[in-house]
Design a binder for this molecule. Structure first.
Ligand SMILES: [Zn+2]
Length: 242
């Protein structure tokens, strides 16, 4: 890869720089950020390991006939090393509150509108969560992206009652495209360990969650019962988009 190709690859990944074939300070900073995100030595030198990582990311992005869902703006997905996406509901109303925005990276409102959380995804980097990270999942925030459906205020698990702001079909159906964007951007594969709901964290990852049941019910479809049943639905829908 020559400098121009390296710059073009970095731009495609969302870094802000000019493709001019000159290894200037902005390009070097972007190279270092990319290296940091991939767990490489952050020397800003485009050596064989960095080139391999860039080519791997490019190949993943341009895979045969991949449709680009593209619902999330590129600047919502800064360079970071992320291992998984955890899906929640806010247990609030259909609109994202300021408090909701501190807990999750991306929120899906009742009408399907997407809202960016107030913490950058990069603060939950797999290399170590940084001050101000989005605290969404007990003892499982490092390397985790938090996506939350704004709904289920006052809901109860047993007997099931969806409360005053039941999950809407529209927001549920907006979820797979969001997950697909994140999986593509951060090279996360769709498995039960890497794309899962909060309700699956304890059973799948073995990290206790004090009875969290988001998401184990779909208010608009009573035939779906349980965390695995719900998670399998959004995983299958996401995989179809990749
Ligand atoms: Zn949760």
């Amino acid at each position: 890869m020559n400098t121009r190709e390296v710059q073009a690859a970095l731009v495609a990944l969302g870094y802000s720089l000019v493709v001019d074939g000159v290894m200037g300070p902005r390009t070097k900073t972007a190279v270092q950020a990319f290296q940091r995100g991939r767990g490489l030595a952050t020397d800003g030198i485009v050596g064989p390991l960095t080139i391999a990582a860039l080519q791997e990311t490019e190949a993943a992005k341009s895979g045969a006939g991949q449709p680009l869902a593209g619902v999330l703006p590129a600047d919502w997905m800064p360079a970071a090393r992320m291992n998984r996406v955890i899906v929640h509901w806010t247990a609030g109303v259909h609109r994202a509150s300021g408090l909701d925005r501190t807990h999750y990276h991306i929120l899906i409102e009742g009408d399907g509108h997407l809202v960016r959380g107030s913490s950058s995804i990069a603060l939950n980097d797999a290399g170590g969560a940084k001050k101000g990270y989005a605290a969404q999942t007990l003892n499982c925030n490092t390397g985790s992206i938090g996506v939350s459906l704004c709904c289920m205020a006052g809901a109860t698990e047993s007997p099931f009652n969806a409360g005053s702001a039941p999950m809407t079909r529209v927001q549920w159906e907006a979820l797979p495209a969001v997950l697909a964007d994140l999986c593509r951007r951060y090279s996360i594969s769709v498995t039960p360990q890497t794309v899962l709901s909060h309700a699956e964290v304890q059973s799948t990852l073995g990290i206790a969650q004090r009875g969290k049941w988001d998401i184990s019910r779909l208010a608009f479809d009573p035939s779906v019962v349980g965390a695995k049943a719900s998670g399998d639905l959004f995983r299958a829908a996401t995989a179809k988009l990749l």
